[in-house]
Ligand binder design. Structure first.
Ligand code: ZN
Length: 136
């Protein structure tokens, strides 16, 4: 089994934002030469996350962020963390910092409506995404 590890930067513009990174991941998979296996998309940050969801209608990421904001408000009584970004830490843990996607015949085996999103919860910032491609 071959393992290829790459990374790239994502620049967020808003405090909360979902950025479609499907094309970046897909081209790294193409460059790796691995045609069957899987890819782990990982973000090494405590206030960001990686998810997979619909990237055809931009209303979907909007509604996900709206829902997360309602579930986990930016400001509420009881938070102790002094940086003022407790909501971002909670959202990061709820969504999770990585996703695994199968690679089949040289391509990401995503559903036709699925895309990979980097989720920013404490932007704007420059962030890193690590992509580990494994297989034959
Ligand atoms: Zn913090």
């Amino acid at each position: 089994m071959k393992i290829v590890e790459k990374d790239f930067r994502v620049i967020s513009k808003n405090r909360s934002q979902m950025i479609d990174i499907t094309n970046q991941v897909s081209s790294l998979v193409g460059q790796s030469g691995i045609t069957n296996g899987d890819v782990i998309v990982y973000c090494p940050h405590t206030t960001a996350a990686i998810t997979i969801n619909e990237n055809a209608d931009p209303s979907v990421p909007h509604d996900i962020l709206l829902t997360l904001e309602e579930l986990v408000p930016h400001h509420r009584s009881g938070y102790r963390h002094s940086e003022g970004n407790s909501d971002a830490h909670c959202k990061s843990s709820i969504i999770g910092c990585s996703r695994q996607i199968p690679i089949k015949d040289g391509s990401l085996n995503l559903g036709s409506w699925q895309g990979i999103f980097f989720c920013e919860f404490d932007g704007p910032r420059s962030r890193k995404v690590i992509v580990q491609i494994r297989g034959e």
